[in-house]
Design a protein around this ligand. Structure first.
Ligand code: PLP
Length: 441
């Protein structure tokens, strides 16, 4: 994208875009829910479809002039079903993002107050999986399962036992911070035993499913949601797949239940990303994402760090900072950022600290892999991360919660002059600058 019109018309915004391009080029983006959209996807999102109102669904819109958006939306649906092998499903491609998609499923299939079973937030669930601060947790009754305390992995027998006890209407799997594979078939069977709807939120792993490196929730799971901007490498949006008998409830929940006019420019971007995902290049990328994650996990462990569940089978991993003390995630996130490495602090199973001061670091390989990095690069990146973690993981938070924000600010202020951070940053910038980024000329 050359942004020439924007440069002339609004140099302030243009400069911010250029600064962000520089930050991304010179740094290592390791937030596992991020990826790069291609130039073709970005062009589609930036297209004239942005300007079109098209409430309701193809063939029955509340606005005129929908001939092209109807064709676009139908094509997007066709591609979505094809790429996931979900020909027997209905797919709604209108959700604005992952959170409204999940809420639309609950709204469409349940009454307020009904019971949903899902993963605890601190064990890897998402806010929309029943957190009390989310509308999901306020409008529905959630009961939460967690990971096994020893293996830190899913315990399907415990989930089955809980399902029998609570008789939920929906059993939800699919997570935001879980480094292992999910057996969707088992979850579906557990749901069927108690007459529940099985729902898989595949937001993090949908690209891995397409690439054949994670088990698929199709063709048995009743409802499957996914964001389109994580491992699907598309625009910020989402999709809901459902068995055909649930179509009407899901469609009515998305529009008019949750949303107004669909973002047709985003739907154009999803369609482009789905076509890209059918190519061999995408499948090879997905395989490499997992190989790179395993190589990175090995490097972190060799360099003295503990990972939740001892490693990874997918695109992400969680560093357990508790061996250094509780609540250190914020310092490590900031120190890594100062060294050019973007990750995020994250709650970990049985975290003694609240989410903002959590004791884990979540990181992954989708973006680095898209830049062409391989296992040997992960070994080096693991070393840099371990150097920073070990240097700062003993930093303590003040016991008084009112002093915490100031302590973090003071910590960040000192990083600019910290020689070790600056040394690592110099190496990171030199290394990262050799690799191009999709979507940046
Ligand atoms: C598993 C899962 N579901 C849903 C979402 C929500 O997606 P969004 O941020 O697009 O609302 C996320 C986002 O991180 C997620 O990880």
């Amino acid at each position: 994208m050359n942004y020439q019109t924007l440069k002339n018309q609004d140099p302030e915004i243009y400069e911010l875009i250029k600064k962000e391009e520089k930050r991304q080029k010179e740094g290592l983006e390791m937030i596992p829910s991020e990826s790069y959209a291609s130039s073709a996807v970005l062009e589609a999102i930036g297209s004239i479809f942005n300007d079109k109102y098209a409430e309701n669904y193809p063939g029955k819109r509340y606005y005129g002039g929908c001939v092209n958006v109807d064709e676009l939306e139908r094509l997007c649906q066709k591609r979505a079903k094809k790429v996931f092998g979900a020909e027997d499903y209905h797919v709604n491609v209108q959700p604005y993002s992952g959170s409204p998609a999940n809420l639309a499923v609950y709204l469409g299939l349940l009454e307020f107050g009904d019971t949903i079973m899902a993963m605890r937030l601190d064990h890897g669930g998402h806010l929309t999986h029943g957190s009390p601060v989310s509308l999901s947790g306020r409008a529905f009754r959630f009961v939460h399962y967690g990971v096994d305390p020893q293996t830190e992995q899913l315990d399907y027998d415990a989930i089955a036992k809980m399902a029998k006890e609570h008789k939920p209407k929906i059993i939800l799997s699919g997570f935001t911070a879980y480094p292992r594979l999910i057996d969707f078939q088992k979850i579906h069977e557990i749901a069927k035993e108690v007459d529940a709807i099985s729902m898989a939120d595949t937001s993090h792993i949908s690209g891995l499913i397409i690439g054949g490196v994670h088990p698929s929730p199709f063709p048995f799971t009743d409802v499957v949601t996914t964001t389109t901007h994580k491992t699907l490498r598309g625009p910020r949006a989402a999709m809901i797949f459902c068995k055909k008998e649930l179509r009407e409830q899901i469609d009515r929940a998305v529009f008019p239940g949750m949303q107004g006019g669909p973002h047709e420019h985003a739907i154009a971007g999803i369609a482009v990303a789905l076509e890209e995902a059918m190519a061999a290049e995408f499948k090879n990328w997905a395989k490499q994402v997992v190989s790179n994650a395993k190589a990175l996990a090995d490097s972190l462990i060799e360099n003295g760090l503990r990972l939740i569940s001892g490693g990874t089978d997918n695109h992400l991993m969680l560093i357990d900072l508790r061996p250094f003390g509780p609540g250190r995630g914020i310092f490590i996130e900031k120190a890594l950022e100062a060294a050019g490495i973007s990750t995020n602090k994250s709650p970990i199973p049985n975290d003694p600290s609240p989410p903002y001061y959590s004791s884990g670091i979540r990181l992954g390989t989708p973006s680095l892999t898209h830049r062409g990095m391989k296992e040997s690069d992960m070994a080096q990146i693991g070393k840099w991360i371990a150097i920073i973690v070990k240097e700062f993981a003993k930093t303590e938070l003040p016991g008084d919660p009112k002093k915490r924000a100031a302590s973090v600010k003071d910590f960040v202020g000192r990083l600019e002059k910290h020689s070790l951070v600056q040394e690592v940053k110099k190496e990171v910038v030199e290394f990262a600058s050799q690799f191009t980024i999709p979507g940046i000329d």
